[in-house]
Design a protein around this ligand. Sequence first.
Ligand SMILES: Cc1ncc(COP(=O)(O)O)c(C=O)c1O
Length: 400
Amino acid sequence: MPKDWKSLNQKYFMNTTKRQPLTIVKGKDVYAWDDAGKKYLDFVGGWAVSSLGHASPVMQRALQKQASELIIASNQYYTIPQIQLAETLVKMTGLSKVFFTNSGAESNEGAFKLARKYGKEKLGGAYEIISTLNSFHGRTLATVAASGQEAYQKPFRPLPVGFINVPYDDIAAIKKATNKKTCAIIVELIQGEGGVHVPSAGYAKQLRDWCDKNNILLILDEIQTGFGRLGKMFGYEQFGIRPDIITFAKGMGGGFPIGAFLCNEKADVFAPGDHGTTYGGSPLACAVSIAVVQEITGKKLDANAASVGKHLTAGLERLRKKYKFIKEVRGMGLLLAMEFTSDISWAIVTEANKAGILLNPVKPNAVRMMPPLILTKEQADEGVALLDKALAAYSKNLKD
Ligand SMILES: Cc1ncc(COP(=O)(O)O)c(C=O)c1O
């Protein structure tokens, strides 16, 4: 008999997360198992993290090798995996410099500090950062201030000053909010946690042009969209622009906590003492990330995300035509969402759990899918069949 983990969690863990009633104990490739031995096709992937799938042998080898040599030495010293990963990322992005972190929020915090320093040095003290409504940039105070979501901000006001939230996919709103105090704009090119929203054609280029015209920095938050998720190694390649600063985490470690922010020459304004970290860029984290990045490039998992994502979208579209309560299927690569005509995402996810597929109820009226980049077309078909089963069960419950 499995233990009552739910009650123990309630007793000991802070009440921050509305969890699904499943205790996941094991994973292999695109599948996960709960403590009762039930198998699930995992379309959550640790929230767009498990790029190589669960229990990846590539990651295991890198972890074991590096753990037996050197786990940490502190950033007081040069360490080889850190320099190698820095070189890899700089060459891949064409940006100039990198700083390693442990999470997405930390990457954005670092980017904000860099943008503020740029504002101080190059724009006469400008410090405001424009971000978009419905965005998600993390859970620290500054990243909450940047995330334009009332529910996340309200309990914590007053928030750090200098963050202006304007409507997404609205260049006129960005222009209106820009003033002498503006040092940067931060956007997710596709809003992930906000419900997988793809902007209209031209938005990204307009943002780039506006930043250039005003000499302000364009920060792209690619924490969710980077490292193959959208069908290209980096999301910005899908939009034909380049950032001044880019932030990463999630998929770059495949499940091992590591993040980064990179900047171009123009934004390279940090001086010794401006920023630092104990764990960020540890040999262990960097060795794993190198292995993950090499596997994504070597196996062309970004291209796989593009083609399997297209195949999966076609399957989801068939379901949309079959079930009237599905309003829209949207996304890019293997970052997809299905929006419903009403707030039924929890009920759908409950049925999906029963059917054997894990989904993320990203909004009350939408579910998000972000499976490992190794997903095959056959496994995508399996997902569509399981989802069909869940949707049919939901429809049947409605009628009964
Ligand atoms: C676009 C984006 N930015 C930032 C974050 C925050 O990352 P973390 O939870 O690692 O701090 C997330 C997490 O979902 C994200 O999707």
